[in-house]
Design a protein around this ligand. Sequence first.
Ligand code: VGL
Ligand code: ZN
Length: 215
Amino acid sequence: MISGSPSLPHTTPHHRMSLTPGPADALLIIDVQNDFLPGGALAVPEGDAILPVIRQLTPLPFGLIITSQDWHPAQHVSFETATPAGLWPPHCVAGTQGAALAADMTVPADTLAVFKGTQTDQDSYSAFGGADAQGVSLAALLQRHGINRIFLCGLALDYCVQASALDARKAGLETVVLTDACRGIAHDLTPALTALRTAGVILCTSQDLAPDIRN
Ligand code: VGL
Ligand code: ZN
């Protein structure tokens, strides 16, 4: 190689892209709700371990922060008590304490909120199946704010985080899952992580965004 030759931009490896958050980046905090935390109706093992990590992510200069919430009617199709096909114990019933965001997560005042699974006969693991209180879809909110890259964290990695990240890729967004700011339901999360990687989702940790973050 000729000494001093300029490096060619198109040869820059994908993984060398900057992970520093900026105005075109959104942080999507998936379903950090009381029912998915220890003591809740559908507790994710160690779900509370992500709270200190998320508290260190929200001050970073994201262009937009959005929380999603599972927000089900009392007889939701996903409840084993409501239908033989229901897979889950009743959880995150709209307006209950179980559906509230974890009190000690503390998100900035301008954080947007989207709700999903709000119809009795439909479920959506993906936050892209959700909308804000005015009915504006997550995709429209992201577009409105000029977001082209989305960082995901929250619960549960192998259900709602995975489904949301795959939909983000389908929507053409650069998609990053912050694995240390997620916990899953399955003991072995390898299949979920493999599915994400295969779809072009970047897997990294919060330390890759801000070296000071500790968990
Ligand atoms: C979820 C199961 C049922 C999730 C929601 O947020 O990952 N999992 N409903
Ligand atoms: Zn649910």
